[in-house]
Ligand binder design. Structure first.
Ligand SMILES: C[S@@+](CC[C@H](N)C(=O)[O-])C[C@H]1O[C@@H](n2cnc3c(N)ncnc32)[C@H](O)[C@@H]1O
Length: 261
């Protein structure tokens, strides 16, 4: 018990980086209070207690089951890597599709010391585009997703259309592009880059090499938000980014280029 409270563990060993789960849970409750309100949070906590007691009551109210995204966005579910229409050579490195939790994303993003309107946003391995919909709520100059699965990219394009139809885009243009992350050419501008553990070390190194070419001469720092940073060592060994923060009990790492703290 003490080890669980004070030590780092993974809820899903093999899928998840070890982190302080209790700290993450406390932060998660405070974020649900901040963004979701009191009754949403109370029901979520009660649902979690029922789950622990193996009671089937209130399970629809668990935070995980209550994605805060609107009904007209198709973003949910988990698609195992074997179900995705990925090119064979990339399959070994790719992870499964699952969506980021909105409140965690907002919390980490809102703590960056930046004027968001000076930045472009990019999600490598953007899936159905849920994070693009979160980022488009902020005044980024542009929001881009890079996704390798045609099936998920198609859903993302539909979601982007819906976001426009419901007038939910507060950023510059929003795109989903269908390609391998190592092949994306980014403009030489400051970026907020997002990774939700999308691929293994080989692809990550290729992405970092390309980012070095595009970001090294940009004066303003760029930031990298790495959710579930299983391959963080690759980033730390590469040298383009240095770590500036650890969030959600260590489930997220934040990196910056240059001398930024
Ligand atoms: C864990 S999901 C994250 C989805 C989305 N970013 C989110 O946070 O909601 C990882 C995604 O990375 C994609 N992916 C895996 N390898 C890739 C690659 N080499 N290039 C681009 N996308 C890739 C997968 O198809 C999957 O959709």
């Amino acid at each position: 018990m003490l080890k669980f409270v004070f030590g780092k563990t993974a809820r899903y060993p093999g899928y998840e980086v070890e982190h302080y789960q209790v700290r993450r849970k406390i932060r998660s409750v405070s974020l649900n209070l901040k963004y979701g309100g009191f009754s949403h949070t109370t029901l979520g906590v009660l649902a979690q207690i029922c789950h622990k007691l193996k009671l089937s009551l209130l399970q629809d109210y668990r935070f995980y089951n209550r994605m805060s995204v609107p009904d007209w966005l198709d973003v949910g579910g988990i698609h195992e890597q074997s179900e995705l229409d990925l090119p064979e050579k990339a399959r070994g490195s790719a992870t499964r599709y699952e969506a980021t939790e909105e409140y965690e994303f907002r919390y980490v993003l809102e703590r960056l010391p930046i004027a968001i309107e000076d930045y472009k946003f990019i999600d490598y391995g953007s899936g159905k585009g849920v994070v693009l919909s979160f980022a488009a709520d902020y005044p980024f100059r542009r929001v881009t997703g890079v996704e390798l699965s045609p099936m998920l990219h198609q859903v993302a394009e539909k979601n982007i259309e819906e976001m426009h139809r419901h007038q939910k885009v507060n950023s510059g243009p929003v795109y989903s592009t269908l390609r391998d992350a190592t092949e994306y050419e980014m403009p030489e501008r400051p970026h907020v880059i997002y990774l939700f553990n999308p691929f293994g070390p080989d692809i990550l190194e290729g992405v970092l090499d390309r980012l070095s070419r595009h970001l090294s001469d940009v004066d303003q720092p760029s930031y990298l938000l790495y959710n579930n940073p299983i391959h963080h060592q690759v980033i730390e060994n590469h040298g383009l980014f240095h770590k500036t923060a650890s969030r959600m009990g260590g489930k997220w790492f934040v990196y910056a280029t240059g001398n930024e703290q």
